[in-house]
Design a protein around this ligand. Structure first.
Ligand code: ADP
Ligand code: MG
Length: 777
C-alpha cells in the first residue's frame, strides 16, 4: 500500500511538472491568454471553492462562455497543482458523441497534448495518466452497469442538462441515489439556460453558480419583416388570417375523426395555400398551435434570404438552422446549383450534423479567406454544443426534429416540430458572439408567441423499453417507483406499455424480474428488439445477415431515394429482393454485394449503380464489427466466425430470426384482386412506404408482415417489412415465459382471434415452449 502511495505521489509530481512546462512555453502562454479571455475564467476560483465545499453544484452560463472546455480543465488543473493529479478521475458527459469528440480534442490541444495523454474519449486510446474522460451519457450509464459505485471516480460533470435527454434524466436519478453512498464524489451539472432552479431543487437545493456572459445585441426579423425587407413576394400572405379561420374549422373536423381512432395527436397537414411560392409553407396544426408545414421549410425562401445577406449585408458567417440531415443535404444541393451561392470564390458552403467526421467538422471552425462568405447549414446541435465564433447572421427555420411518443397508440413519431421559445432565443444568441448580429426567423411573430417556453423532456416523449431494461439490470428496484422519482416522471401508461412489451418479448417475467434473455439484452447497446435478433442470430448460427440487418436498422437505410429518380432507385432496390418480400433481406444482400465489389475496388461504382449510400454502408460495416466483438465479450458468441455463420445462407431461418426480433411489430396481409389490404391489431388498416420492396408487388405470398418501424403521418405507414409464414410467427413470435402456456395462448389468441386463424395456435404451442426454453438458456 505504501508503495502504491509513493508511486501515486511521484506520478502526481510528474504531472504537475509537465503542466507547468506547458504553461510556461510560448504556445502555452498564448493559449492561456485566450483561455483567460473567456467569461468562465472570472469565476474560476468561485467555482473551485463551490465544488470543494458542496457535493452538487449547478452551473449555468451562455453558450460559448467556456463551460464545457474550461470547467473540467479547471478542476483537473487545480488537482494537478495540489499534487493530487494522479488520484483524480473526472468524467464529463455530453449528449452527443460528436461533441464528446470535438471537446476532448480541443481540451487536449489547450493542454498542449495529444488525445490519450491526460484527456481522452471513451473509444480512444487511454494512457496511464488519463485523468479526464469526455464521453456520451450513454457510455457512463453502461459503466454504471458494471461498476455501480463508480469506484475511483472523483468528479462527474453532466453537461447540457437543459436539453433534458432521456439518458441525462436517467443518469440524474441514478446519481441522486448514488451520492449518499459516495460522500467524496462530486457532481457538477452544467446548463446553457437559466432554469437552473429545477435541477438545484431536485438535488435538495444545491448551490447555483452563474457565469455572466457577454453577447452583443442581435436584431430579430420575423417573417413579416423579412418579406418587406427583401422584397420577396408571397402573394397569399395576406390571406393568412382568413386561412387561419378556415384551418381552425378543418382542424376541428379532423380532430373529431382522429379522436374516433383513439388518437390524441392532431396532425392535419394542409396545402391549401395556393400561391406557388407559398405552397411549401402550408399550415400544419398540431394540438391547438397552427403552424407552418414542417416537411419543406421553404427552401426558396431560405435561398432568397441567403442571397440577400451575401449581396447586401456586411461580412460575417451565416448559420442556418435546419431540421435534419436530409434537409441539410437537399438544401445544400439546391444552393450549390445557384449562380451566386454556389460560387466557391464567393461562398463557402458547409454542413454540420451529428454523423460527420471530425476533419469535416474542423472546417466549420476555420475562418474563410477574405471576400468569401461562410454559410453553415446545421441541425439544432449548433444551438448549444458547438460554438462557431465568427457567426453574425442566423437563419432560423423554427423547427427541429424530435421524437414524440404517442402512448395511446404506442407509436413513436419522428417529426419536425416547433422549437421552444428557449431554443429560439438560443439560436438568436448565436449571432452575437463577436459583434452585433442579425437573426432571421422564417415564421411570423404570432407563431413565435405560441411556442412553448421549454421543450418537453425526452423521457416524456419516447418509448421507455431500453430504459426499463436498464433500470432492472442496474437493480434499481421497481420500474414505476424508480421512474416516479425522475425530475419530471413519465406517464404511467407509457411505463406500463414498456413493461408489457418487455414481457411479451421475454426480457422480463410476469413479476418484472429480468430473465436470462433480458440480462443479455441489457448488455447490448441496441434497442431490445434488435438485441434479441443478434442473440437469436448467434444461437441459430446465422449471425452474418442478422448483424447486417440490425446494423442497418440502427444506422439508417443505405438505399437512396433521390426525388427525381425515384422509380429507378426503387427498381434498383427491388432487384435485391427477388422473391424475398423483405426489405431486411434486401438490405443484407445489398451489403454483401457491396463487400464483394469493395474487394475488387469497385465499391463506388456498385453504390452508384444501385442507388446506395457508400457512407451508410461503411457505417453499417463498422457497426457490424462492433457487434461481433460485443457478442464475443458478453460470451454470446464463443465459436469461430465460420461456425456462427453455418446457416447464414438459410433464408428461412434468417427470416424467422427477423420475425423473433420484430414481434409484436406485425401486420396481417390479405391479397385482394387489385390491391393488398394490410392491418395491424392496434391501428386497423395501414400502408407501406413507397420505397419498401413490398409496396411494388402485386401480391404478397405471406399471411403476415413483420416490421421495425411504423410512422404516423396522416395514416399509419410501415417503413420496412418482411413477409413471414404462420408457423414462423407462432414459433418465433413472442415468448411463453410470460404467464406460461396459458398466457402465451392468450397473447397469440389476441392476434389469432383478431385475424381469425384459431386453428394453428394449439398445434405449435408445445414446440414453442421447447424453443423458448432454448432461448432462455
Ligand atoms: P460552452 O460549453 O460554455 O458553450 P465551450 O467551452 O464549448 O463553451 O467553448 C468556449 C470557447 O472556446 C468558445 O467560445 C470558442 O471560442 C472556443 N472553442 C471551443 N471549441 C473550439 C474548437 N474546437 N476550436 C477552436 N475554438 C474552440
Ligand atoms: Mg458546452
Amino acid at each position: 500500500n505504501s508503495v502504491m502511495l509513493r508511486i501515486l505521489q511521484r506520478r502526481s509530481l510528474q504531472l504537475r511538472e509537465k503542466q507547468q512546462d506547458w504553461q510556461e512555453s510560448p504556445e502555452g502562454q498564448k493559449m492561456l491568454e485566450f483561455r483567460r479571455s473567456l467569461p468562465a475564467y472570472k469565476e474560476r476560483e468561485a467555482l473551485l471553492k463551490a465544488v470543494s465545499q458542496n457535493q452538487v453544484v449547478v452551473v449555468s452560463g451562455e453558450t460559448g462562455c467556456g463551460k464545457t472546455t474550461q470547467l473540467p480543465q479547471y478542476i483537473l488543473e487545480s488537482e494537478i497543482e495540489a499534487a493530487r493529479g494522479a488520484a483524480c478521475s473526472i468524467i464529463c458527459t455530453q449528449p452527443r458523441r460528436i461533441s464528446a469528440m470535438s471537446v476532448s480534442e480541443r481540451v487536449a490541444a489547450e493542454r498542449g497534448e495529444k488525445l490519450g495523454e491526460s484527456v481522452c474519449t471513451a473509444r480512444g486510446m487511454k494512457g496511464r495518466d488519463t485523468r479526464l474522460l469526455f464521453c456520451t451519457t450513454g457510455i457512463l450509464l453502461r459503466r454504471l452497469l458494471v461498476d455501480r459505485s463508480l469506484k475511483g471516480v472523483t468528479h462527474v460533470i453532466v453537461d447540457e442538462i437543459h436539453e433534458r435527454g432521456m439518458n441525462e434524466d436517467f443518469l440524474l436519478i441514478v446519481l441522486k441515489d448514488l451520492l449518499p453512498r459516495r460522500p467524496d464524489l462530486r457532481l457538477i451539472l452544467m446548463s446553457a439556460t437559466l432554469n437552473a432552479e429545477l435541477f438545484s431543487s431536485y438535488f435538495g437545493g444545491a448551490p447555483m453558480l452563474h457565469i455572466p456572459g457577454f453577447t452583443y445585441p442581435v436584431r430579430e426579423h420575423f417573417l413579416e419583416h423579412i418579406l418587406e425587407m427583401t422584397g420577396y413576394r408571397l402573394t397569399s400572405y395576406n390571406q393568412i388570417d382568413d386561412y387561419g379561420q378556415e384551418q381552425k374549422w378543418k382542424m376541428q373536423k379532423q380532430a373529431q375523426t382522429l379522436r374516433k381512432r383513439k388518437s390524441h395527436i392532431v396532425s392535419a397537414v394542409e396545402d391549401a395555400l395556393e400561391a406557388a411560392d407559398f405552397r411549401e409553407y402550408s399550415y400544419q396544426t398540431r394540438e391547438s398551435l397552427s403552424c407552418w408545414n414542417p416537411d419543406a421549410i421553404g427552401f426558396n425562401l431560405i435561398e432568397h434570404v441567403l442571397c440577400h445577406i451575401v449581396k447586401k449585408e456586411r461580412p460575417g458567417a451565416v448559420l442556418v438552422f435546419m431540421t435534419g440531415w436530409d434537409d441539410i443535404n437537399s438544401l445544400k444541393d439546391q444552393l450549390q446549383a445557384h449562380p451566386l451561392l454556389g460560387d466557391p470564390s464567393k461562398v463557402l458552403l458547409l454542413a454540420c450534423h451529428g454523423s460527420m467526421s471530425s476533419s469535416e467538422q474542423r472546417l466549420i471552425f476555420d475562418r474563410p479567406e477574405d471576400g468569401v462568405r461562410k454559410i453553415v447549414l446545421a441541425t439544432n446541435m449548433a444551438e448549444t454544443s458547438i460554438t462557431i465564433n465568427d457567426v453574425v447572421f442566423v437563419v432560423d427555420c423554427g423547427k427541429a426534429k424530435e421524437t414524440s411518443y404517442d402512448a395511446l397508440n404506442n407509436t413513436p413519431c419522428l417529426l419536425p416540430s416547433w422549437i421552444s421559445k428557449a431554443s429560439s432565443r438560443q439560436r438568436r444568441g448565436r449571432a452575437g458572439r463577436v459583434q452585433s448580429g442579425e437573426c432571421y426567423h422564417l415564421y411570423p411573430r404570432c407563431v413565435y408567441d405560441a411556442f412553448a417556453d421549454y421543450q418537453l423532456p425526452e423521457l416524456l416523449r419516447t418509448p421507455l423499453q431500453s430504459l426499463c431494461l436498464q433500470i432492472k439490470s442496474l437493480q434499481l428496484g421497481s420500474i414505476s417507483e424508480f421512474l416516479s422519482s425522475a425530475l419530471q416522471p413519465p406517464e404511467p401508461l407509457s411505463v406500463k406499455n414498456a413493461v408489457e412489451y418487455l414481457q411479451i418479448i421475454g426480457a422480463l417475467d410476469e413479476n418484472e424480474n429480468l430473465t436470462v434473455l433480458g440480462r443479455n439484452l441489457s448488455m447490448l447497446p441496441v434497442e431490445p428488439k434488435l438485441g434479441k435478433m443478434l442473440i437469436l442470430g448467434s444461437i441459430f448460427n446465422c449471425l452474418d445477415p442478422v448483424m447486417t440487418v440490425v446494423a442497418g436498422l440502427s444506422v439508417r437505410d443505405p438505399f437512396l431515394m433521390p426525388f427525381d429518380k425515384k422509380d429507378l432507385a426503387e427498381s434498383a432496390k427491388a432487384q435485391f429482393s427477388a422473391r424475398d418480400y423483405s426489405d431486411h433481406l434486401a438490405l443484407a444482400r445489398a451489403y454483401d454485394g457491396w463487400k464483394d465489389a469493395e474487394r475488387h475496388q469497385a465499391g463506388y461504382e456498385y453504390c452508384w449503380k444501385n442507388f446506395l449510400s457508400a457512407q451508410t454502408l461503411k457505417a453499417i460495416d463498422s457497426l457490424r464489427r462492433q457487434f461481433f466483438f460485443l457478442l464475443k465479450d458478453t460470451g454470446l458468441v464463443n465459436s469461430s466466425e465460420e461456425n456462427c455463420n453455418k446457416w447464414s445462407h438459410d433464408e428461412h431461418l434468417v427470416r424467422a430470426v427477423i420475425c423473433a426480433g420484430l414481434f409484436p411489430g406485425i401486420c396481417s396481409v390479405v391479397n385482394k384482386e387489385k390491391s393488398i389490404s394490410l392491418k395491424t391489431m392496434e391501428d386497423g388498416p395501414v400502408l407501406l412506404y413507397s420505397n419498401s420492396v413490398n409496396a411494388r408487388v402485386p401480391k404478397i405470398p405471406y399471411p403476415w408482415l413483420v416490421f421495425n418501424e411504423k410512422v404516423k403521418v396522416n395514416s399509419v405507414f410501415l417503413r420496412d417489412s418482411t413477409g413471414v409464414s404462420d408457423s414462423v410467427l407462432l414459433l418465433f413470435g413472442g415468448n411463453i415465459s410470460r404467464g406460461g402456456l396459458d398466457g402465451h395462448l392468450k397473447l397469440l389468441g389476441g392476434y389469432v382471434e383478431f385475424f381469425m386463424k384459431p386453428a394453428m395456435a394449439n398445434m405449435y404451442l408445445s414446440l414453442k415452449q421447447e424453443m423458448d426454453e432454448l432461448i432462455q438458456q
